[in-house]
Write a protein that binds this ligand. Structure first.
Ligand code: ADP
Length: 473
């Protein structure tokens, strides 16, 4: 049986800021079901709720050396949904208000990555494959290959590094290379990128297999417009790069069992969905109009989500008989814009500027159309979640959106959403209007919704692809 250790900075249901947490919270479960002994290491953030803490078992503590530091590291464990999680405890690093964005994030995650390697003898688990995710976990791959490979217990461990978003790379000044990252001057070439330390680049260099979260994104990041400066190294490492489309947790996102929504439903009858729509309109104090399409967005408010297109044409779209609901937090300018949009179109728009998992599910259930006009999108989960809740995605053909959503073709009947290609506001508006046009044909629409709800976006297929890669490794 393959032994795999996931290293990540967030996972549902413990701690979450975006899609990475969805993946780390759901893929290991499926791998375990397929006979792969998959375990996960996470930092023990103070924000992790007592309901989980109270179920954890204390395994012991060690001191983790990092450069001149020698830091306490408590080790806790918890089996959740059949998956063993390990938590690295150190209140100095992980008792913080913010998950990321602290001045010393580099040091926090360097400690975490070093701890991952140091705890292996204590937890008595030397994996066949160390599978690290995004820049916060990059140093676990770098340390494994540079500092631990001389030890026979670590020597055979293969490293896989998965990029969930290439935009965040962990870039630091060279001045702290030795002091914080415990890397010596002759190791600089491994992590050096354009004169800075770039942790993601270091992991790309050191890993045995590199992957991204959709086949399309694996190709896109070879190009400068998607790679945030890393395209030369990605092209260089194309021989060891794979793209595996993410799945979603179809137990957690299941409209026939979801306790967060007003009324459960399935593709067999959409009566519940209509009630969810009415309940959503009521709870947000929008006019309760069953035949007015609700266009929803649930997203981090950052530029790569394509919000500039929305800003450009949303007033025009709101000239039609539609309602618009946005749930998101992020850049101040966008937050302000959507607040003012609600103010200007109070009878049609609700902008809810917060992170709220329950409300997000109520919106997935109650809305009719889900807008995702991303400029870049490594995979995107929201379009898949929307689909299983029967909310038709409107997407730009990029990254994982391209891989998961095909535009409806009225001549062949193929397709599971609506899409446009150019990053152009009027192309987006045209596509929204096209979708709304089809929405007005109620008979067609009900059939279409039922069809997309039955698409399998679970991990079934993709988890087998991961297992194939592990076996190759
Ligand atoms: P990304 O990882 O780039 O943020 P994804 O589409 O892959 O984008 O995943 C986003 C996940 O975060 C989805 O599960 C989405 O529902 C959730 N999400 C985003 N913003 C919010 C919010 N404000 N409240 C609740 N959930 C949110």
């Amino acid at each position: 049986m393959k032994k795999v250790l996931f290293v990540a900075s967030e996972a549902l249901p413990f701690v979450s800021s975006g899609g990475l947490a969805d993946v780390i919270g759901s893929l290991p479960k499926e791998l375990v079901k397929n006979g792969c002994d998959t375990r996960v290491v996470l930092p023990l953030y103070s924000s992790i709720k007592d309901e989980y803490r109270s179920r954890m078992t204390y395994l012991g503590n060690i001191n983790v050396p990092l450069s001149w530091r020698n830091q306490y590291c408590g080790i806790f464990t918890l089996v959740h949904d059949g998956v063993t999680f390990y938590f690295i405890d150190n209140e100095y690093y992980f008792k913080r208000q913010m998950l990321y964005g602290n001045f010393d994030d580099g040091e926090r995650y360097a400690f975490f990555c070093k701890a991952v390697l140091e705890i292996m003898p204590i937890i008595n688990f030397f994996p066949d494959i160390l599978h690290a995710h995004d820049w916060q976990s990059a140093l676990s791959v770098i340390y494994l290959k540079l500092h631990y490979s001389g030890d026979p217990r670590y020597n055979f461990i293969k490293a896989m590094f998965t990029i969930h978003n290439i935009e965040y790379q962990g870039i630091y000044g060279v001045g702290i290379m030795g002091d914080v990252f415990e890397l010596s001057p002759w190791e600089r070439k491994i992590v050096d990128w354009n004169g800075d330390i770039n942790l993601m680049k270091g992991a790309i260099e050191c890993c045995d297999i590199l992957s991204t979260v959709s086949p399309r994104y694996a190709e896109e990041i070879r190009r400068p417009e998607f790679a945030h400066s890393l395209d030369p190294i990605i092209r260089d490492k194309a021989y060891k790069t794979r793209g595996v489309l993410n799945g979603i947790d179809t137990e957690y996102y299941n409209p026939s069992k979801d306790t967060s929504i007003y009324k459960t439903y399935s593709y067999k009858s959409l009566a519940g969905k209509a009630q969810d729509k009415a309940a959503l309109q009521k709870s947000l104090a929008l006019p309760e109009k069953p035949d007015t399409p609700i266009i929803a967005m649930i997203t981090r408010l950052t530029a790569h989500k394509g919000l500039d297109l929305v800003v450009r044409v949303i007033d025009e779209i709101l000239g039609d008989d539609v309602q618009f609901i946005l749930l998101g937090t992020g850049d101040r300018d966008y937050e302000d814009f959507f607040r003012s949009l609600e103010y200007r179109h109070h009878d049609k728009v609700r902008s809810i500027i917060k992170y709220d998992k329950d409300l997000s599910k109520q919106i997935y259930a109650g809305a009719d159309l889900f807008l995702m006009p991303s400029k870049s999108e490594p995979c995107g989960l929201a379009q898949m979640i929307a689909s299983v809740y029967g909310t038709v995605p409107i997407v730009r053909e990029v990254g994982g959106l391209y891989d998961s959503i095909k535009s409806y073709n009225e001549f062949t009947g193929e397709g599971n959403g609506f899409s446009f290609s150019s990053f152009n506001a009027h192309d987006m508006m045209y596509t929204v209007r096209r979708a709304v046009g089809f929405y007005r044909d109620r008979e067609f629409w009900n059939g279409f919704v039922k069809k997309i709800m039955q698409i399998d976006f679970s991990w079934k297929v993709s988890s087998l692809e991961y297992i194939k890669i592990y076996e190759q490794l």
